[in-house]
Design a protein around this ligand. Structure first.
Ligand code: NAP
Length: 265
């Protein structure tokens, strides 16, 4: 199973690596492997815990940064709605938007996640989507003025609610649609895509790997925010390679707060 991983060099015949060096790889779920030196990247942690480079300082953090600032093109005064807000990507979207002074409406499943998003990440309005019968109505209550930016991690009924509550010329960053990954055919919407026409919305999907040129800018901003004590993160850790399938499937049941990690050995 492919996936970003961080590990420690045990032995190397390449002079640029020594035992104990941390390296990042894409060899996925395995406790040990042999690889050419050019297939792993040496990790400089700059004082952060190594596992942060799989979450807040890694691909999820960069995804939030790219989607919010460059795909949605966040502008002064924007009201931001983000789904999957307690997850790895969503929790960074909340914080970046708050750092830049925006009103944030955040949706997550369950009271514990809603409390995390409100109390630790600073969202102005939270929606426990599992506890509301009418998601569109709940977004309307949280943002009576309408939303300018929607950061979509979920798709389906969340996208439906965002379309219904968008202001004219709203911008949507389509990052993920986890509610749709395992269904044979889309069942939960959106049923109101016509709103994109009538409200002149811009909906843009993106894959972070096509925006790696923004990594240096992200690293610089993150270092500034972190040094000022303004970035918080949580992670959920499953232990042992045999737990990897449970961790993966747990993503679809909301078993994680923050980044889902597996400590392989
Ligand atoms: N475009 C890109 O380049 C890119 C890069 C990385 C990730 N992604 C996407 O970004 C999204 C977030 O990724 P992540 O790594 O940060 O995951 P995550 O949010 O840490 O974990 C997934 C979360 O999705 C929520 N979820 C699962 N099934 C759901 C459903 N049916 N309806 C609503 N929410 C549901 C759960 O939270 P609740 O308990 O709140 O339901 C779960 O904890 C995913 O869609 C992922 O595929 C895209």
């Amino acid at each position: 199973m492919q996936g970003d991983a961080i590990g420690e060099v045990v032995l190397s015949n390449d002079p640029s690596f020594k035992p104990g060096d941390l390296v990042q790889s894409m060899f996925g779920w395995r406790e040990a492997f042999n690889a050419s030196a050019n297939k792993v990247r040496k990790l400089e942690t700059h004082g952060l815990p190594a596992e942060a480079f799989l979450g807040v300082a890694g691909v999820p953090g960069l995804t939030a940064y790219v989607g919010l600032l460059h795909i949605a093109g966040l502008r002064e005064g924007d009201v931001v709605f983000v789904s999957g807000a307690a997850g790895a990507v969503g929790s960074m979207v909340c914080q970046i938007a708050k750092l830049k002074g925006h009103k944030v409406i955040a949706s997550a499943g369950g009271t514990e996640k809603a409390a995390f998003v409100r109390n630790e990440l600073g969202a102005d309005e939270t929606i426990d989507y599992k506890a509301v019968a009418d998601l569109t109505g709940a977004v309307a209550m949280a943002a009576p003025e309408g939303i300018d930016v929607y950061f979509d991690n979920v798709g389906g009924d969340h996208l439906d609610a965002a379309l219904a509550n968008a202001k004219t010329f709203g911008r949507f960053a389509l990052c993920g649609m986890i509610s749709e990954y395992n269904v044979a055919s889309p069942q939960n919407g959106p049923r109101n895509l016509l709103m994109a026409v009538t409200k002149s919305l811009r909906l843009q999907g993106f894959v972070v790997l096509n925006h790696l040129n923004l990594q240096p800018a992200f690293a610089k901003d993150l270092a500034t925010w972190h040094a000022a004590g303004k970035i918080k993160w949580r992670q959920t850790v499953f232990h042992g390679v045999e737990q990897a399938p449970n961790a993966f499937l747990g993503l679809f049941k909301g078993k994680n707060i923050g980044k889902m990690l597996v400590k392989l050995s």
